[in-house]
Design a protein around this ligand. Structure first.
Ligand SMILES: [Mg+2]
Length: 247
């Protein structure tokens, strides 16, 4: 990571949220790291394995008969869009929603290493699966087909996408799932979320969001599982680490 920053490889292409973009650098080590390195390949599987162990333990604490499950982001959490990033890099073009939606409709994203086994374990244990993503509602069917082709979608899963109403944020969609009320939820069936998985901070409840004092840094590695993703994000244009030591 230090090397990446030193060479100034910053290709800010945030496909699923309103992130700022920056100039394209000629060498895309951030994409190569994600696509080609042994370290990334192992790291994400390590995190998914830890999540799987958490799920195996946590489900026993859920009251009998109550619905429980996991909440995952889509892009760079379940689906690998590095081919889109390569395309953008080759053309030296920044992210834009038209090219992004065209890529989504190709339905060619791969699976992030480890996610298929994780999902299989969750389902085998009786858990539900909800995807909360800022992909656009207009790409719902393409997204679902892409997930299905990779063994990541099952009838009854929830796919909670961004709509034309931009106030319908990820926190609101997560709240619907937990309450069992709203278009994104299993209506009338509140969900106990035993694990959240994502590659950006917005994929996780902010402290206090769940109303029970949970959340924050202490939740990571316990109930929140953050995957590495060096290709885009808020960090590309500003310091986001909270201890003030970034520069
Ligand atoms: Mg993501």
């Amino acid at each position: 990571m230090r090397l990446l920053l030193l060479v100034g490889v910053v290709f800010a292409a945030n496909p699923a949220s309103a992130g700022a973009q920056s100039a394209v650098a000629p060498v895309h080590l951030e994409i190569k790291y994600l696509r080609d390195s042994e370290e990334y390949w192992i790291l994400v599987q390590q995190i998914y394995r830890a999540a799987r162990e958490t799920v195996a333990r946590a489900k026993d604490g859920v009251p009998r008969g109550a619905a429980w499950g996991v909440v995952l982001d889509v892009d760079e959490t379940t689906l690998d869009n590095s081919v889109y990033q390569l395309d953008r890099g080759a053309y030296e073009s920044p992210f834009d929603s038209a090219s992004w939606n065209a890529w989504v409709r190709r339905e060619e994203a791969g699976a992030v290493p480890g996610v298929v086994d994780f999902m299989r374990a969750v389902r085998a244990a009786g858990g539900r699966v909800a995807y909360v993503s800022n992909r656009n509602e207009s790409t719902r069917e393409a997204t679902r087909r892409n997930l299905t082709a990779l063994g990541l979608w099952q009838e009854g899963d929830r796919l909670c996408l961004e709509t034309s109403d931009h106030t319908y944020t990820k926190p609101l969609r997560r709240a619907e799932l937990r309450k069992g009320a709203g278009t994104c939820s299993w209506e009338g069936q509140p969900l106990t979320v035993v694990a959240y998985i994502g590659d950006q901070m917005g994929d996780f409840p902010s402290p206090g969001e769940e109303g029970d004092g949970s959340g924050g840094l202490s939740a990571f590695g316990v109930r929140y599982f953050l995957l590495p993703q060096p290709m885009y994000g808020a960090w590309t244009t500003r310091v986001t680490r909270p201890d003030g030591k970034g520069r």
